[in-house]
Design a protein around this ligand. Structure first.
Ligand code: E4P
Length: 217
């Protein structure tokens, strides 16, 4: 399973990348806003740190403008993945950009039907949004499972990029049902290390070690 970091926070990306935890990065207009940085500048900086795919999202509504924006973003670095929304225009842009050799991430996917269209349009990645489905009492993980079954049935090569991840359980469940990639905020990825029994066990070992009066090295 590949780990993408869902952020435009360069320091957070660098910290996780140094640990070998980053296979790619996803950004979106809201994350660029949160970073307070210029999109071209911050995206370039991220691409200089991370060698895997870095998603940068177009904002146009029609296909021609999305293609123009996508090509502009793709010039930032060779590992840019152009992110387009799951609309007819987004699918048209996906088809053109992927045919021309660009990686494309089709975002804002909320149904298996949409995921089939993205695969047929040549998407490199499909981004089903788990958390936003859960927010409206639908089952985000079931969507990942359904897309996995469908893509496997027809050997679609589009990678399932589980997005809108809000918890550690989202990550482990996405891994269990066969998502190819997860993209999660840095805090959620870092939260994967936590376990109350690890803390308790470490406290016990430290207390017992102190009683031995020994030193290592
Ligand atoms: C995916 O590429 C999106 O950037 C992201 O996962 C959206 O997550 P959110 O629903 O928490 O905003």
């Amino acid at each position: 399973m590949k780990f993408f970091v869902d952020t435009a926070d360069v320091a957070a990306i660098r910290e996780l990348n140094d640990l070998g935890m980053v296979d790619g990065v996803t950004t979106n207009p809201s994350l660029i806003l949160k970073s307070g940085r210029d999109i071209a500048e911050v995206t370039k900086e991220i691409c200089d740190i991370v060698s895997g795919p870095v998603s940068a999202e177009v904002v146009a509504a029609n296909a021609d403008d999305m293609i123009r924006e996508g090509k502009h973003l793709a010039k930032i670095a060779s590992n840019i993945t152009v992110k387009v929304p799951l609309t007819w225009d987004g699918l048209k842009a996906c088809k053109v950009l992927s045919s021309e050799g660009h990686m494309v991430n089709v975002t804002l996917c909320f149904s298996a039907a949409q995921a089939i269209l993205a695969a047929k349009a040549g998407a490199t990645f499909i981004s089903p949004f788990i958390g936003r489905l859960d927010d409206i009492n639908l089952d985000g993980m079931q969507l990942i499972e359904d897309i996995r079954t469908i893509y496997d049935n027809y050997s679609f090569e589009t990678q399932i990029l589980a997005a809108s991840i809000r918890s550690v359980n989202h990550i482990t469940d996405a891994a269990r049902v066969g998502a190819d990639v997860i993209t999660a905020p840095p805090a959620v990825i870092k939260g994967m290390v936590n376990h109350v029994l690890t803390d308790k066990g470490l406290d016990q070992f430290n207390a017992d070690w102190a009683k031995t009066g020994q030193k290592i090295g």
